[in-house]
Design a protein around this ligand. Structure first.
Ligand SMILES: [Zn+2]
Length: 110
């Protein structure tokens, strides 16, 4: 028995990714779990925290253990990167405000 498109009921081939008639995605392409993709996602998690979190959710929804692991690691990296960015931001703010205070004290000393 040949498969049919669930949207427009056109007969499609089993190898088709998209219905040629209505363009419906017939097979959700599996997310890449290659080492290269893994490294890319981890790097993105560190440097682009909100995106990393979104990707993490996407990977966690997959059913194979490799994708789940990538999702978990990616989310952890996102959380760590966010904490580091926040801590660094607080430090910069503190150093700026202490410099401003010094300047103010100098001005007031005159
Ligand atoms: Zn269709």
């Amino acid at each position: 028995m040949r498969p049919f498109c669930p949207t427009c009921h056109t007969e499609v081939r089993e190898t088709d990714y998209f219905c040629f008639n209505c363009g419906k995605n017939l097979k959700a392409k599996p997310l890449s779990t290659s080492l290269q993709a893994e490294i890319l996602y981890y790097a993105a998690s560190i440097f682009l925290p909100p995106l990393g979190f979104w990707w993490g959710v996407k990977y966690l929804r997959q059913h194979d253990p490799v994708s789940k692991r990538i999702g978990i690691v990616s989310m952890l990296l996102t959380v760590i990167a966010t904490i580091i960015t926040f801590a660094w931001g607080v430090r910069v703010m503190n150093s700026v405000s202490s410099q401003v205070n010094e300047q103010m004290n100098l001005i007031q000393g005159f």
